[in-house]
Write a protein that binds this ligand. Sequence first.
Ligand code: PLP
Length: 396
Amino acid sequence: MTNEEIKGETAKYLMATYARVPLAFVKGRGVTLTDADGREYLDFLAGLAVCCLGHSHPALVSAIQQQAGELLHTSNLYLASNQTKLARYLADISFGDKSFFCNSGAEANEGAIKLARRYQEKIMGKPEKKFVLSFTNSFHGRTLATLAATGQTKYHDGFSPLPQGFVQVPFNDIAAVEEAIGTNPAIGAIIAEPIQAEGGVIPASKEFLPALREIADRESIVLIFDEVQTGMGRTGKFFAYEHWNTKPDIMSLAKGLGGGVPIGAVVASDKFAAAFEPGSHASTFGGNHLSSAAAIAVIKTFFNDQVIERAAATGKYIFEKIQALKSPRIKEIRGKGLLIGIVLDAPAGPYVTRMRENGIIIGSAGENVLRITPPLIVSRPQCDQMLDTLDKILAS
Ligand code: PLP
């Protein structure tokens, strides 16, 4: 089928939740994607910061193939050695001790919020401390509770009533956090993205995450970092909180965790993980043999090929090159590692389209921000090609 034919069938059979670009990718190798008409592109979006090892990485393909030939799924009624191994890896590489696995970022945030609420009630004996504080411009997912936590009203449209117990204050505003907590003793959890990704690639200030940590400790509030987009090497460290030297109590992961195979995780230190008992929370598919095998392959490849170190260096390279472009269109460059936002003086959408017409796939975030999130394995010549195209397009 051609792109055009797939477009027609899509309009007929799929709900119109996405304003899709009329291109169907049919093959991917490394950073290269091929569409149904045979045209090739360089992928600087990586499936919205998911395909951290690029497309068809041999280690990931072989882990998936091998696991598919052994056993796909047996449910969480039974032990699952891959899942246990993955949880052990996450404990080794993060602040956390224990994990719960699910299938997406929204589900990971739901799990994190449930864990925080249950911790307040069952461990702390404070059932009244169930409110969740989040931030303006944040994005935490599309389920009802994560929508309620998401600080962008455009995503709430048509879905009221949203679950109760969520309040928002401006991001990077420590005084606003103090005030909200001072006036609302029911706040029992704070959820924050270290870098607000969907909201426009806006990093927390140097002081903000440490201040949240201090406030959370002082007020016995659970601190959740949503690392769905910033985790798994995206910012040049395994987890973005490392840049701030500040650890959360609970962290949500998804996107890059499975390198393209759907898997999410709630990671927590023992004290908080203890709030979940048999029956408190569950997921049929969460961390099944296949998705856990994929995530294990991702983490092993990160270590074997120094993927994160290379991503950090590549991110620095791209930042410096964009700075050197000196285009009057560019107002600011934000982000860390390979989560890069280029703030323009005009809506980003038309530039995303023109980049694509010139063979480069990028995204946007917020109104005026180009979002660059390539696979972490992207090479310098591929970056140069993207940057040359960007330079040309911004100048025209
Ligand atoms: N949290 C953050 C920070 C995200 O960027 C996203 C998705 O973009 C989500 C949560 C939701 O993840 P999912 O679409 O896998 O449910």
